[in-house]
Each structure stands twice: as structure tokens, then as C-alpha cells.
Design a binder for this molecule. Structure first.
Ligand code: GDP
Ligand code: GDP
Ligand code: MG
Length: 341
């Protein structure tokens, strides 16, 4: 059974409330339902943007021909899926059309969804969760250029981790940008977790040193470190991150356990370039893709995986403290294509 049918069944079941299920199961079902709704809502713009164009394409053509493929290619490129990814994707579709003798756009529509899923998943086992340390604090370093949503994401993630019962410390090592430390401190107050920071202009590595020391001494479970991402000065940024990494590792064995690159989905292909640039500078373990609620081109999720080889671990679907989701490709695809399914 193709992926298209699998998610169709999966979410059809999750929304039928008449079934007899045990209470525990019921809670599971309503949690999935709730998360699916968050995806649906957050992806409204993308659905009304490129996915509705895909649906129209299916209605417009009675049979599949070269014009159909040209239009499809354009729609996908406009959705920020990335030129190379789209080219390979179209080639694979053409192959399948010939081999499986498909000429009905309605049949191809399902295959398109299947193949989009394959782009992302490839043959890998997807690991979306944070790699938590077995003993001692887990350190998560956040990097990314100014304005992408690092500080906001840290606030949201801290909120999520706190609700899971974890003792969380926020460390303000973006000492470069005016107001950045205060902004993080404000988040710590809002969601009631601890904070460590020094005055603006302090050496970020020294802030991290003291923050990690505090985390170790006071038995924190998770340390979320905010940094300044001055990509304009690559050499300095690289040195700064090297120093920060070294300091973390000295104090907390195995740290940082994750380095998450934050990317703003509304910047499209520019975001992909940032991912490539940061990969050269430091060891990135995953992506947080923010502002997916603010773009009609949600295809960047697929491009980032295919073009930059980095998994999306979290997505931001709004500015509030609850608007961060662990990335789930199935819910994402459902959120996008639910009207076509
Ligand atoms: P930083 O410079 O990388 O730390 O970015 P900030 O955390 O200060 O965020 C920059 C702006 O983006 C703020 O106005 C945030 O509220 C906004 N923002 C962050 N994440 C999201 C998101 O997922 N959706 C939307 N709509 N706005 C976001
Ligand atoms: P270096 O700066 O390249 O010599 O690297 P180090 O590993 O010696 O230090 C990295 C950063 O951590 C420095 O900028 C220091 O500010 C900070 N640091 C190192 N040791 C200590 C310490 O014992 N106490 C404090 N507060 N900070 C330290
Ligand atoms: Mg910030």
C-alpha cells in the first residue's frame, strides 16, 4: 500500500470518535487528533498556495502529457522545493508513468504524494527527538542568523520540556545583539524556567562556561543555549562556535548533545544556503524550521532534507509558547494534502 493510502487510513481512523477504545487509547487518539489539527492550521497558507494549484492541475488535464509535467514542475519550484530536487522528482514520475502505463492525472496525484514522502524519508530511519544524555545535563546549542527565531524557539522548546517534567536552564550567549539576553530572560520568566546570562558584550564562551557549570552543580536536565549567528563573518563565527563547543565539552561530557540550526521558512532558498554555510562552520545535528505558518511555500521542508542533508527536528507554526511541534512527516503531508486526499 502506498504512503498516500496509509496516511489516509491513519488519520481517518484517528478522527472517528465512535469506536470503542480504552481510556488510555482514547487519550492517545485525542492527542494525535490535536496535533494533526495544529499541523492543518499551521499549513493553511501552503495548502491554499501550492497544494491547491496541484489539485487544479489534476482537474485541468484529462490525460498526462508534457504540458502537464511542465506545469507541475513550475508549481513545485514555486513551492520552494528546490530546482534539483524537483528535476529528479519529475524524472522519477515520468518513469513511473511510462512503466505503470498511467494516463489519468487522478491516479498520478496519489503517486505525487507518495514520491514527495520518499524525497524526505529516503531510506533513512528518521530521528526527530532530541538525543538526550544518559546522565548529567543535556546541552542543546541553537545557531542561525539574526531574526530567524532562535530565541523564540528556545522559549517554546523550554515550555515543552518543562511540561514533560524536565528541569530546564536557558543560557543567553547571544551577547552581541542588543536586547537579545533580556529577550531570553523574559521568556524564562514567562514560562517559569531558570535563566543564566551576563551583560551585553560579554564573551559568549564565558557565559556558556558559567551556565554549564551552574547546570551541572544544580542538576539541570536540559540546557538550551542561545547564540549570535553572524554569518557575515564566517571565520569569527566558526572560531566562536569552536570555543563554545570546547567549553561545553570540558564541563559536560558529550556536550553539546545537539546543535540545532534555526531557519526561517519564509526565506525560501536563502534558508537552504544558510544551512549549507552553517554545515561548513560547525557540526549541525538538525534543523528547526520556523514560521511555516507564514509561508505559502511549505515545500522547503523537503528541499532542506534533500539539498542540505539535514533532518528537520522541530517546526514553528506561530509565535506563541505552544506553537512548536516535533516534526512528523506524516502529519506534515496530511496537513498539506488533506483536501486532495
Ligand atoms: P532570533 O533573532 O533568531 O533570536 O529570532 P527571534 O526569536 O527574536 O524571532 C524573530 C521574530 O520571529 C519574532 O517576532 C518572533 O515572534 C517571530 N517568530 C519566531 N518563530 C515564529 C514562528 O514559528 N511563526 C511566526 N509567525 N513567527 C515566528
Ligand atoms: P581560550 O579562551 O581559547 O583560551 O579557551 P579556554 O577553554 O581557556 O576558555 C574559553 C572561555 O571560557 C574563555 O573565554 C573564558 O572566558 C571561559 N573560561 C575558561 N575557564 C574559565 C573559568 O575557570 N571560569 C570562568 N568563569 N570562565 C572560564
Ligand atoms: Mg535572539
Amino acid at each position: 500500500m502506498g504512503f498516500f493510502n496509509k496516511i489516509k487510513d491513519m488519520f481517518k481512523n484517528s478522527t472517528s470518535s465512535n469506536e470503542i477504545v480504552s481510556e488510555g487509547e482514547n487519550q492517545e487518539v485525542s492527542k494525535v487528533e490535536e496535533e494533526v489539527k495544529i499541523y492543518e492550521k499551521g499549513l493553511t497558507k501552503s495548502r491554499e498556495g501550492f497544494v491547491s494549484k496541484l489539485a487544479n492541475l489534476t482537474n485541468k488535464y484529462r490525460t498526462i502529457n508534457d504540458d502537464y509535467f511542465d506545469e507541475l514542475e513550475e508549481i513545485l519550484i514555486m513551492a520552494d522545493i528546490g530546482v534539483n530536487t524537483v528535476m529528479e522528482f519529475i524524472d522519477r514520475l515520468r518513469d513511473r508513468v511510462v512503466k505503470e502505463k498511467i494516463d489519468d492525472p487522478n491516479v498520478l496525484k496519489e503517486i505525487i504524494v507518495d514520491e514527495l514522502f520518499i524525497i524526505y524519508v529516503n531510506d533513512e530511519v528518521l530521528v526527530n527527538k532530541i538525543n538526550f544524555s544518559d546522565d548529567g545535563p543535556t546541552v542543546v546549542l541553537f545557531v542561525g542568523v539574526n531574526g530567524v527565531g532562535k530565541t523564540t524557539t528556545i522559549g517554546k522548546l523550554a515550555n515543552k520540556l518543562k511540561s514533560e517534567g524536565k528541569k530546564v536552564l536557558l543560557v543567553g550567549a547571544d551577547t552581541f545583539r542588543a536586547g537579545a539576553v533580556a529577550q531570553l530572560e523574559e521568556w524564562s520568566r514567562r514560562i517559569d524556567v531558570s535563566f543564566y546570562g551576563k551583560e551585553e558584550g560579554s564573551d559568549p564562551a564565558s557565559v556558556v562556561f558559567d551556565g554549564c557549570t551552574k547546570a551541572k552543580e544544580e542538576d539541570f536536565d536540559v540546557v538550551l543555549v542561545d547564540t549570535a549567528g553572524r554569518l557575515q563573518n564566517k571565520v569569527n563565527l566558526m572560531k566562536e562556535l569552536e570555543k563554545i563547543n570546547k567549553v561545553i565539552g570540558q564541563i559536560i561530557e558529550g556536550g553539546p548533545h545537539e546543535t540545532l540550526l534555526v531557519i526561517d521558512a519564509t526565506t525560501g532558498q536563502n534558508g537552504i544556503s544558510q544551512a549549507k554555510a552553517f554545515k561548513e562552520i560547525t557540526n549541525i545535528t538538525g534543523i528547526v524550521l520556523t514560521k511555516l505558518d507564514g509561508t505559502a511555500k511549505g515545500g522547503i521542508v523537503l528541499a532542506i532534507k534533500d539539498d542540505a542533508g539535514l533532518p528537520v527536528k522541530y517546526i514553528g507554526l506561530g509565535e506563541g509558547k505552544d506553537d512548536l511541534q516535533v516534526f512528523d512527516i506524516e502529519k506534515y503531508i496530511y496537513g498539506l494534502f488533506k483536501d486532495m486526499i
